[in-house]
Design a protein around this ligand. Structure first.
Ligand code: NAP
Length: 350
């Protein structure tokens, strides 16, 4: 892509106008909420579009990649890269073109009038003409201490990301919904055996997903049980689980090399409820499949706050890029809404 910023590849030249202050009288052009792949990619593009973005980090700085270890499926890294390192590269890349970072989370947002008003950490006000929401989704966790310690060290929330590391091992999946069935089925490509641990006797998953998992000879089930503790070390990984049978209260040791927690995701969109259109699960609805525009003009959304299907770093980055381009276009062309009415096949942006 050709940079719109003279001196492409360098920080904004000294003498270029100072970025807006973010006050009511001098609102930011764009504020990006979220510092995962989607937010940081949006920042790279918005900064190179001379929008001087302000990026508010959010409560999980770096997003889900910062919670993982090796990433082997992000294009451009033939020998893999550690998740936190990949995020650090993206932060530096966005900073190089003038992105400013702000620690904290948007605790409230008034999207009823432009400029929009955000409250960060309950005390700092930021005003902005446009908003890119890249606040992601958090994997639901079991809430036990050992889970936090071993996340990325044998414990994972993403089979697509980490299944490969368990080739030839026996592993476990916790959960009884479609995600757990899907993850378990996917993991049989690598593992010699996958045991699904579920807290009830009935699975929540749809019949077709259940049938697929139940019919897979590599998948076994342990019902009426919860994972009370994950045994292992950061260095050596997981060795076993302490399972509690909820009917008998008996605790057993279950040997395994990995645990995939697949008990659902929660999109980080609570701050926008009642203003932005959300689906029944809280994901942000987009107006058009070829756009990141939401039901509020000037508000764009990308990444896992929108996507409950793909949830990959590279897809989040892709939609982050789209959001920045949509935002820049919206700021440049007052009549942007007309684009949505173009006949099929004429949606091109340029
Ligand atoms: P879900 O339907 O909410 O299921 C979560 C599962 O995790 C439930 O079985 C639940 O147990 C269990 N669980 C929740 N909290 C737990 C805890 N603290 N400890 C132990 N177990 C716990 O979530 P999901 O499976 O991620 O699915 C979310 C949505 O995405 C669904 O609408 C699903 O159909 C859809 N989805 C579709 C596909 C597909 O069609 N390919 C794939 C994935 C997801 P209980 O049953 O006892 O509540």
């Amino acid at each position: 892509m050709t940079s719109k910023n003279p001196g492409s590849g360098h920080a904004p030249a000294s003498g270029s106008p100072a970025p807006p202050a973010g006050t009511r009288g001098d609102p930011r052009h764009v504020v990006i909420l979220g510092s995962g792949c989607a937010g940081l990619t949006a920042a790279v593009y918005a900064a190179r579009g001379n929008l001087h973005p302000l990026l508010v980090n959010g409560h999980e700085s770096g997003g889900q990649l910062s919670l993982t270890t090796e990433v082997e499926n992000f294009p451009g890294f033939p020998t893999g890269i550690m998740g936190p390192e990949l995020i650090e590269h993206m932060r530096k890349q966005a900073a190089r073109f003038g992105t400013e970072y702000m620690a904290g989370s948007a605790t409230a947002a008034d999207l009823s009038a432009r400029p929009f008003r955000l409250t960060v950490d309950g005390k700092h006000e930021v005003h902005t003409r446009t908003l890119i929401i890249a606040s992601g989704a958090s994997a639901r966790m079991l809430g036990i201490e050992s889970e936090k310690r071993l996340l990325g060290r044998g414990l994972s929330t993403c089979a697509t990301c980490d299944g490969f590391f368990f080739r030839g091992h026996e592993i476990a999946v916790v959960g009884g919904g479609d995600s757990a069935m899907e993850e378990a089925t996917f993991l049989t490509k690598f593992a010699t055996k996958v045991t699904v641990v579920h807290r009830r006797e009935e699975l929540r998953a749809s019949k077709i997903m259940q049938d697929r998992a139940r019919g897979n000879p590599k998948i076994e089930f342990i019902f009426d049980s919860t994972v009370d503790e994950v045994i292992g070390t950061k260095e050596g990984g997981i060795t076993s689980l302490k399972l509690r049978n909820l009917k008998t209260d008996a605790i057993t040791d279950f040997a395994t090399r990995g645990l995939f927690v697949a008990i659902g995701h929660t999109p980080n969109t609570q701050a926008y409820a009642g203003q932005l259109e959300l689906d029944t699960r809280g994901y942000i609805c987009l107006k058009h499949p070829h756009s990141t525009a939401t039901n509020i003009e000037g508000v764009f959304a990308c990444g896992d706050a929108v996507d409950h299907v793909y949830r990959q770093a590279v897809t989040a980055a892709g939609t982050g890029c789209m959001a920045a381009l949509d935002c820049e276009k919206w700021l440049t062309h007052e009549r942007i809404t007309e684009r949505w009415d173009l006949p099929e096949g004429e949606e091109e942006r340029e």
